[in-house]
Design a protein around this ligand. Structure first.
Ligand SMILES: CSC[C@H]1O[C@H](OP(=O)(O)O)[C@H](O)[C@@H]1O
Length: 347
């Protein structure tokens, strides 16, 4: 079985990723034939977005198993190294660890089979995860679109579209589903400095979908809300703590505070694989800090003085009291999140 979407293609021995560092200027692809190449692709953000990172790592795990050519009793040790290499790429999106846990479980359950059968089972699990993600996103969209009315204007941040997942998207999935249900939706897209996922990726997706898209710089969001131009804010997530605190792209917290101030509903769209019940609140979520060059340069051109210091947290945490509802594939979760997120896993 194979897989081919906007974000990735699995051919059986190669994971082909659209190079999101180069979009929208050029649509080029990175071919990964080893787990090391997959790890680099995640770390350097060839591919990014919590669900996309998880499934990419799953295929990286399969490639690692295929690469092993040592003695049988060294295989498990080798696969531990594969997991460690993939797990060390980016710390915030819990989907990465959720996906690797799923792959490791299949490995442990099939370890007494011959190597070919083990690899086959691992590949089946990665493909199952990939196709599940597409269905999950469509379900998030189906639930979430009920929160939007015809002629609503939505503001979104970063990219939580098809490119951040295996396909369809989470926050953008809600917008797509509303449009597919006949609603006219307009979208304000935050450019999302410093990596510009909004300006480069979300606008590219929405324009191709024929959805009215208005690009703004991040510092315009408050004014747009104050002018009464926004009916709802919808963002993705990288990790949701047990109490409903949400880690998402840097700038999300500011949007949530502004939305509260202006009485605008603030929704988070995420699969249950992004919920991490092992951590009680957002203070425990590891926040990735990325290279200074992402701030001092834009597309390789220096914009800041030489010698300047830089602080570049890639994510922030939005406290649960600022979140109106969390949209998942199992339905819409409202406060109290500590109680209601747990219930999701009992369904
Ligand atoms: C659907 S998850 C998308 C989520 O991931 C992004 O982070 P990054 O581009 O650094 O991987 C951002 O937080 C999005 O909301």
């Amino acid at each position: 079985m194979t897989l081919k979407t906007l974000t990735m293609e699995w051919t059986g021995d190669c994971l082909i990723l659209v190079d999101q560092r180069k979009l929208p200027h050029s649509k080029v692809f990175v071919h990964c034939k080893t787990f090391e190449e997959v790890a680099f692709a995640i770390k350097d953000m060839v591919v990014r977005g919590a669900p996309a990172i998880g499934v990419t790592a799953a295929f990286g795990y399969v490639l690692g198993a295929k690469q092993f050519d040592g003695k049988n009793d060294e295989f498990l040790e080798f696969m531990k190294k594969v997991r460690q290499t993939l797990a060390s790429t980016r710390p915030t999106a819990v989907n990465l660890f959720w996906a690797l846990d799923r792959m490791e479980k299949v490995l442990n359950e099939s370890i007494n089979l011959d190597r070919k059968s083990i690899i086959k089972r691992l590949e089946e699990e990665a493909l199952k995860m990939a196709y599940e993600d597409i269905e999950t996103n469509r379900s998030i969209g189906m639930h979430g679109q009920n929160l939007l009315k015809d002629n609503d204007t939505v503001l979104t941040h970063c990219n939580a579209g098809a490119l951040a997942t295996v396909d369809y998207g989470t926050a953008i999935g809600v917008i797509r589903a509303a449009v597919e249900n006949g609603k006219k939706i307009r979208v304000f897209v935050d450019e999302t400095r410093p990596y510009l996922q909004g300006a480069r990726l979300t606008t590219w997706e929405l324009v191709q979908l024929g959805i009215e898209t208005i690009l703004i710089t991040d510092n315009m969001a408050g004014w747009v809300m104050k002018k009464g131009l926004v009916n709802a804010v919808i963002v993705g997530a990288d990790r949701i703590a047990a109490n409903g605190d949400v880690a998402n792209k840097i700038g999300t917290y500011s949007l949530a505070v502004l939305a509260k101030k202006h009485g605008i509903p603030f929704y988070v769209a995420a699969p249950t694989s992004t919920i991490d019940l092992t951590i009680k609140d957002g203070t425990e979520i590891p926040i990735e800090e990325r290279p200074h060059e992402e701030v001092t340069h834009v597309q390789g051109i220096r914009i800041a003085a030489e010698g300047v210091k830089v602080y570049n947290p890639a994510f922030d945490v939005t406290e649960n009291e600022l979140i109106t509802a969390i949209i998942t594939e199992k339905g819409i979760v409202k406060p109290p999140y500590s109680e209601n997120l747990k219930k999701l896993f009992l369904r």
